[in-house]
Write a protein that binds this ligand. Structure first.
Ligand SMILES: C[C@@]1(CC(=O)O)c2cc3[nH]c(cc4nc(cc5[nH]c(cc(n2)[C@H]1CCC(=O)O)[C@@](C)(CC(=O)O)[C@@H]5CCC(=O)O)C(CC(=O)O)=C4CCC(=O)O)c(CCC(=O)O)c3CC(=O)O
Ligand SMILES: NC(=O)C1=CN([C@@H]2O[C@H](COP(=O)(O)OP(=O)(O)OC[C@H]3O[C@@H](n4cnc5c(N)ncnc54)[C@H](O)[C@@H]3O)[C@@H](O)[C@H]2O)C=CC1
Length: 229
């Protein structure tokens, strides 16, 4: 396998995007969805409409209208080289490598330390697809295909399973018994029931699978999946 897949927590992290054209903007938007400490974009061009909107909305985003300078890398932990100037991108990649900073090279991925996957998020559920740079267009097609298979109901499904998991683990039963229940629920028709707004079916299913100690909580969990407002 060419790359090691991981999910990165951006809390407290300073991110730098050099070159805020079409590709840079996509990377900035992706970063800002994950709550970093700060995203700084550096580009000599005036900010585009998309960037101006982000600047108005996001307190943790700043834009510096000037070319890249080596000192930009002093505080950055995660860097994206997205300029249209191959020599500038190469220099960023080289310095990051020397300093041990994670760097995404948008025009020469083989010289960077990581690539981005195409992603679908449904609350805490993340589905990522990567072709390791072989064909981003294929990653995009597969992402769109999976988006229809795993719809918005998977956000509530994931939250429900997380709540049940916390409660079940607190009962202190054997992990073998717990695993059996988690696997049954995860493979059940819960997504269909949520999508079809079938609260009754959901109640029935949870009663049939969960131990009686948890039955008093089922109503509250279903309320969360089927809000009445
Ligand atoms: C290696 C990587 C490095 C990185 O950026 O991390 C990289 C590199 C390059 N992309 C290029 C082109 C395109 N990129 C896209 C789209 C996406 N590119 C993304 C990631 C990645 N792109 C990483 C590998 C991911 C993987 O392989 O799985 C996605 C998944 C995520 C994101 O960017 O957030 C996002 C999809 C988001 C979505 O829709 O879900 C499209 C599709 C389109 O626009 O229709 C095209 C045009 C079609 C095509 O070329 O396939 C070029 C050539 C530029 C040129 O022509 O010169 C290079 C440079 C090179 O290959 O050398
Ligand atoms: N990884 C990916 O997903 C993709 C990568 N690419 C590659 O990414 C690069 C950028 O593509 P686009 O965003 O479409 O180009 P673009 O022309 O829209 O944006 C490039 C930006 O870099 C800025 N720039 C130029 N010199 C700079 C410097 N010294 N310091 C800071 N900023 C500088 C320009 O002002 C411009 O705003 C290209 O090399 C392209 O081949 C293209 C498509 C997808």
């Amino acid at each position: 396998m060419r790359y090691y897949p991981l999910l990165l927590d951006l809390t407290g992290m300073q991110c730098l995007v050099v070159g805020a054209g079409e590709v840079g903007l996509r990377k900035i938007e992706g970063l800002l969805q994950c709550g970093p400490e700060m995203v700084t974009a550096v580009d000599p061009a005036p900010p585009s409409t998309g960037l101006t909107e982000l600047l108005a909305r996001q307190g943790n985003f700043s834009y510096e209208q000037r070319p890249f300078a080596e000192t930009d890398l002093d505080r950055a932990r995660l860097v994206f080289a997205c300029t249209s100037d191959r020599a500038v991108n190469d220099a960023i990649g080289r310095i990051c490598m020397e300093r041990g900073i994670l760097c995404n090279m948008t025009d020469a991925p083989e010289h960077g330390s990581f690539v981005l996957p195409a992603s679908i998020t449904r609350g805490d559920l993340t589905i990522s697809i990567s072709t390791s740079g072989a064909s981003p267009a294929l990653a995009r097609v597969i992402r769109r295909d999976l988006e229809t298979r795993y719809g918005p109901e998977y956000e509530a499904m994931t939250r429900l399973l997380a709540d049940i998991r916390t409660a079940l683990l607190a009962l202190g039963r054997s992990s073998g018994e717990n695993r059996e229940i988690f696997r049954r629920l995860a493979a059940s028709s819960l997504p269909d029931l949520i999508r079809n707004d079938d609260r009754h079916g959901c109640l029935e299913l949870l009663r049939s699978v969960l131990p009686t100690d948890l039955h008093t909580r089922i109503g509250e969990w279903c309320d969360d999946c089927f809000p009445t407002f």
